[in-house]
Ligand binder design. Structure first.
Ligand SMILES: C[S@@+](CC[C@H](N)C(=O)[O-])C[C@H]1O[C@@H](n2cnc3c(N)ncnc32)[C@H](O)[C@@H]1O
Length: 308
């Protein structure tokens, strides 16, 4: 069953990927409930996330079952057994789990996306370093940022920053609470020969507090892609995107020049935007327009273009 479904989706998606010249994409996402996997291709490597559930198998049976699934994957995708990286994820991950290290192999490799290079790590963290669902949004930023002052908030490994620097932004400011991810973001810029200390800045801070320090008219284009929840010793208060989005976005708007643009994205499935309370000129839901072919019908995140 799994073999047939994977074969079918891979045939379909790989054709689209070739047409769009894309080598990193999501192949399979919970297509069959009995096979609760998310499978992503990163060039010649596969990221296989298994979402844990009560499967009723013993450890040995589960191991055997997983091995058979890997065999099916290697028979269909252009990968070898050694290049399948398996991650086991909880269905509803703990609020803090997402950013914790899961291993220390430090096996980084670079992949290409739309002419740019990104470091990916399939062993040490729950996420890979490159969120594939924002491929189109990243391209939008690159196309629009020429000579603009760009701010990338909750930047993670700085993939939006790389696109902005490549799009000849006047400056790119990358903010994250994690030093590890900020370093990764710097390395991503370096990898693309885009590192420039007089134009591109990395700020280790809690976004909530950082925004309070900004003067009006500080930036022209802002990307804000926060986690649903966040808590850390470095933060004065925890972050709850549903509770905090109005204040966060109004603080971002206050720092943005008139005529500027904010791209706001959230993965919180039940998110409700309080548009009335946000002091923007216009807010456009661009979720569909930013959904890549490999996330069609599967995407559980929202994306908005906010004009100031
Ligand atoms: C969902 S990821 C952002 C993804 C990123 N925009 C991208 O497209 O690659 C969330 C990031 O927010 C960071 N983070 C969490 N809480 C934070 C806070 N209060 N201030 C700054 N960064 C925070 C995490 O370290 C993580 O890198």
């Amino acid at each position: 069953m799994f073999h047939n479904r994977l074969l079918k989706v891979y045939k379909h998606k790989s054709k689209q990927a070739i047409r769009q010249n894309i080598t990193c994409y999501r192949v399979y996402d919970h297509d069959l409930p009995e096979f609760p996997f998310c499978i992503e291709l990163y060039d010649d490597k596969v990221y296989l996330a298994e979402y844990l559930r009560r499967h009723g198998m013993t450890d040995e049976e589960h191991e055997q079952w997983l091995e058979e699934c890997v065999t099916a994957i290697c028979g269909i995708l252009p990968v070898t057994d050694a290049n399948v990286y398996i991650k086991q994820r909880k269905r509803k991950s703990n609020r803090l789990d997402q950013y914790e290290k899961t291993d220390t192999k430090a096996e980084y490799f670079s992949v290409a996306e739309q002419g740019l290079q990104f470091l990916v790590n399939l062993t040490d963290y729950l996420d890979t370093g490159l969120f594939l669902d924002h491929r189109i949004t990243r391209q939008m930023v690159r196309n629009e940022c020429k000579e603009k002052r760009v701010l990338n908030l909750f930047a993670y490994t700085g993939s939006f920053s790389v696109y902005a620097a490549a799009g000849e932004a006047a400056s790119v400011t990358t903010v994250d609470l994690s030093k590890t991810y900020l370093t990764w973001a710097e390395q991503n810029l370096e990898l693309n020969n885009l590192k420039n200390e007089s134009k591109h800045f990395f700020i280790h801070a809690d976004v909530k507090q950082y925004l309070k320090t900004l003067q009006p008219n500080s930036f022209d284009l802002i990307i804000i892609d926060p986690p649903t929840f966040s808590n850390s010793k470095r933060m004065k208060d925890f972050l709850d995107i549903q509770r905090d989005h109005v204040e966060l976005l109004n603080d971002v708007i206050a720092a943005t020049t008139t005529g500027g643009t904010i791209y706001f994205s959230t993965n919180f499935t039940k998110f409700l935007l309080d548009a009335e309370a946000i002091k923007a000129t216009s807010i456009k839901d661009i979720t569909r327009a930013t959904t890549p072919f490999d996330f069609e019908g599967k995407l559980k995140r929202w994306c908005y273009k906010i004009s100031v």
